[in-house]
Design a protein around this ligand. Structure first.
Ligand code: PLP
Length: 454
């Protein structure tokens, strides 16, 4: 065990040291080489050393360098040193974080991390929460609590009785809701399509003036967004929460990455009103920069979350300690709270704010550079997302493909309200001034070469 762990460490250090020198996307040669994994299931055991060597030699070159500073795809984030190190140690611990009995350390760290998060994100102190795999499951978990509460008010126990025969639940979403939110609604039997959809403005924000009438006589859940995955824009939480409160509706916030704006004094205004909601979904593997997978469901009314997620009222009654399995969809699970704790413990309030600010500042630099070079930035860059067009759809697609192929950085393509764009998402602690300069230079060089071509 000892030699193997040491070797794994050395290989990981070498991998990290090499990130700056390699292309951000893996070479096609490295991807083709993955065929070496497609062998027949071995009959005989192998030395773990051989397994590790194969993994590093074939696997490492075929990874995306999302741990480095020049990956701007999707909305991801890297892994902070303290979080990665904690992940390794927690791997060695091999804890099952389902209960205090199975892992006191995992449970206490989760509880502390959850408290710090609620504090850092300026959410109500009475909130409960659950550590889940990502924002998709955080949306699911929060909305299960919502379903319990809004139907409970009409005397319906949805966990016991299901949805057949239940009062209809009205679900309101913005036209730009993230597809995973719709998936979560589908998994909960609330339907992906039987929704009241609110039109949005040019930034993808729900139009407050177009909110439907809400009624106290109908169980209602309103889903808003803090951070549109393309523009970074926030739905008008102040207005929505006021209307919803009046009607006794539950407001859920998908804040996968945008909720972190609340942790920075310079950006907190973007999230104003968000804390008035009833539940929030966010990702720690995005802007907090912890390893995958790590999402959080935070709920103002912990009893609704518990009612939705507990295996049964009789099973492991809640005692002095918070039993994670009473709040999560899973029973057995890894101790992902350990990394969240380590990230927050190492950053502190100021370090977290600085991470958010630095990324937003770099996004503004990208936007300024694109505009100065004569390209159109399609979104208001207030957060970490930049959408840029390099002319028509063809030209923009060519620039995206060529930037990815060149490898100095990696940005994805997207379509924003019918227009092709390159999306630059700055969400990693590892990104430096130099990374931004080098990436900017590469993108503009490719653009001036490709954008004019037909
Ligand atoms: C990324 C994202 C999700 C989905 O998160 P996963 O962690 O991939 O499940 C949901 N909503 C928004 C706004 C996102 O940005």
């Amino acid at each position: 065990m000892e030699d193997l762990l040491r070797e794994a460490t050395e290989r990981a250090i070498r991998y990290h040291a090499g990130l700056n020198a390699r292309g951000v996307a893996p070479s096609s040669e490295a991807v083709n080489n993955l065929m070496r994994f497609r062998e027949r299931f071995p009959q005989q055991p192998s030395d773990p050393q051989i397994v590790l060597t194969l993994l590093d030699e074939v696997g490492s070159p075929a990874t995306m360098s999302s741990a480095g500073g020049r990956f701007f795809g999707f909305v991801t984030g890297g892994s902070l040193p303290a979080a990665l190190a904690a992940n390794w140690l927690a791997g060695a611990w091999d804890q099952n974080a389902f209960s205090f009995a199975s892992s006191p350390a995992a449970v206490v760290l989760e509880e502390v991390a959850l408290g710090w998060l609620i504090d850092a994100l300026a959410l109500p102190p009475e909130c409960g929460g659950a550590f889940v795999t990502g924002a998709t499951m955080a949306n699911f978990t929060s909305l299960a609590a919502a379903r319990n509460a809004v139907l409970g008010r009409f005397g319906w126990d949805v966990e016991a009785e299901g949805l057949f025969g239940a009062p209809e639940v009205k679900v309101v979403v913005g036209a730009e809701a993230h597809p995973t939110l719709l998936k979560a609604l589908g998994m909960l039997g609330l339907g992906r399509k039987r929704l009241t959809t609110v039109p949005v403005d040019g930034q993808g924000r729900m139009r407050a003036d177009a909110l439907p009438a809400l009624s106290k006589s109908e169980p209602t859940v309103v889903c808003i967004q803090a951070g549109n995955v393309n523009t970074g824009a926030f739905d008008p939480a102040v207005e929505v929460c006021a209307v919803a409160r009046e009607a006794g509706a539950w407001v859920h916030v998908d804040g996968a990455f945008g909720l972190w704006a609340a942790a920075s004094p310079g950006r907190a205004h973007l999230a104003s009103g968000v804390a008035e909601a009833d539940s929030w979904a966010t990702d720690a593997h995005k802007w907090l920069n912890v390893p995958y997978d790590s999402g959080l469901a935070i709920v103002r009314h912990p009893e609704s979350l518990r009612a939705a997620m507990s295996i049964s009222a009789a099973y492991l009654p809640e005692g002095e300690v918070r039993e994670p399995m009473q709040y999560t969809p899973e029973a057995s699970r890894r101790a992902r709270g350990v990394e969240v704790w380590a990230a927050l413990r190492s950053l502190g309030r100021e370090g977290l704010a600085d991470l958010i600010e630095r990324n937003c500042g770099y996004a503004a630099r990208f936007a300024g550079g694109f505009k100065a070079a004569g390209y159109e930035v399609l979104n208001e860059v207030n957060l970490n997302q930049v959408l840029v067009s390099f002319g028509d759809e063809e030209a923009t697609r060519r620039v995206v493909a060529q930037v990815q192929a060149e490898g100095a950085c990696w940005c994805g393509g997207t379509v924003w309200q019918g227009r092709a764009a390159m999306r630059v998402s700055v969400s990693s602690w590892a990104t430096t001034e130099e990374d931004v300069g080098r990436s900017m230079e590469a993108i503009l060089r490719v653009a001036s070469r490709e954008a004019g071509k037909k």
